[in-house]
Ligand binder design. Structure first.
Ligand code: ATP
Ligand code: MG
Ligand code: MG
Length: 370
């Protein structure tokens, strides 16, 4: 069987490895962490830095196709690998997704809306009239996730002070919008003709971290279809090959704004493993191998709940999993991480029911009893 390679061995890598192995592939994982969640399932674990030349040579020589599970992979390393083997998504697309300034410019260039924003590449850029972006959120252009690297600002003075506090690194100042809801759509694109989108998820965040995804989203079907269409349009504009996650804001007037994208499967797409014809990790395998995307229909309404380290006991003791094991319509997924920390994503569970309200009610009741 062919060997597939993945840069990164976190939980997304672990679920990718599981899907690929089930489909008969072998997998090599590159991750510097000896205890990376994906390592225990991989055929080969290259335990080395992401830019380690020797490890990258080994990957290129041994893998029929290579992908990534995190956006902060070195885009140049991906371009280099692409000289000798199939790489998706492309280094160019990953470079766009890693930089909020490039990302928002591309979204607008594709004819799609973002929040009003100001790109700040140096201190001069913030010496302009800031009123159109206030009250706002200052976000570092690079490396932020789970709301890290973001500061809420109410005045121009606060914005300038916050920018200085972030050490003058490139940022965007984004207008704070009044959100009715947040949703996401995950698209798999192999070519203009071969493209499929998963059902839209409604996402509820707690402390800047995804807490629950509800599918189908509780929005009008026409609005969900519009989000799917926008995700397709963006993938097309980027000539994207692979799995692309698109996060949206739904505003008070039911208009959609693109918040950000991720060049990989997404936390809000974990539900696809238990509730769709094919899941986002199978799609990643299919796209990287140039195969047709699988069908994406939802087989059942579903709610996904993230399990953060917060629900572990202070001494590291695990929650009471029996309550999930005893629920016949729930699926528990644990990522095999050794150390629980507050805010750390340790696992998730899904609850499938005949309608989302019932699934949500049960999912929340289960969380109370863990
Ligand atoms: P992720 O873990 O999804 O990568 P991130 O750190 O990149 O998160 P964003 O998605 O930019 O952060 O923002 C995190 C959350 O903050 C959003 O899901 C939303 O709830 C809120 N938020 C961000 N930007 C805005 C905005 N312009 N107006 C209102 N709320 C916002
Ligand atoms: Mg992000
Ligand atoms: Mg986000």
């Amino acid at each position: 069987p062919a060997m597939l390679g993945i840069l990164g061995g976190g939980q997304l890598g672990r679920m990718f490895v599981t899907a690929a192995k089930r489909m008969g592939y072998r997998v090599t994982v590159l991750d510097p962490d000896a205890q990376a969640p994906a390592a225990e399932f991989a055929d080969v674990h290259l335990c080395a830095a992401y830019n380690d030349a020797e490890a990258l040579r080994t990957l290129a020589a041994s893998c029929a196709a290579i992908t990534t599970e995190f956006e902060n992979v070195n885009a140049d390393a991906m371009r280099e690998l692409a000289k000798t083997t199939r790489v998706s998504p492309s280094g160019d697309c990953v470079a766009i997704a890693q930089d909020r300034i490039a990302e928002k410019a591309w979204v607008n260039k594709a004819g799609l809306p973002t929040a009003p924003y100001l790109a700040i590449e140096s201190v001069e850029d913030i010496q302009v009239e800031l009123a159109p972006y206030l009250p706002g959120i200052l976000k570092t252009a690079r490396l932020g996730y789970d709301g890290k690297g973001q500061v809420r600002v109410n005045s121009a003075d606060e914005a300038r002070a916050a920018y200085a506090n972030l050490g003058g690194q490139a940022c965007v100042l984004e207008k704070m919008l009044d959100l009715k809801l947040e949703v996401s759509a995950i698209v798999t694109r192999v070519s203009s003709e071969q493209l499929s989108v998963f059902p839209v998820a409604e996402n509820i965040h707690k402390n800047g971290i995804l807490d629950e995804s509800i599918v189908p989203a509780r929005i009008a079907p026409a609005l969900a279809a519009q989000a799917q269409q926008m995700a397709r349009q963006l993938a097309e504009a980027l000539d994207y090959v692979g799995v692309l996650a698109v996060e949206f804001f739904v505003l008070a007037d039911d208009s959609l704004v693109i918040n950000e994208i991720a060049p990989r499967p997404h936390n809000s797409g974990h539900y696809t493993i238990d509730a769709c014809v094919s899941d986002q990790y199978q799609q990643q395998v299919r796209a990287m191998c140039g195969l047709l995307p699988g069908r994406t229909e939802l087989l059942s309404p579903v709610v996904m709940v993230n399990l953060l380290g917060d629900v572990w006991q202070a001494d590291g003791g695990e929650p009471n999993w029996n309550v999930l094991m005893e629920a016949p319509n729930a699926h528990l997924h644990l990522y095999g991480k050794k150390h629980a920390r507050p805010g750390r994503k340790m696992g998730h569970y899904t609850v499938l029911a005949t309608d989302v309200d019932a699934a949500l009610e049960q999912a929340r009741a289960l969380k109370e009893t863990l």
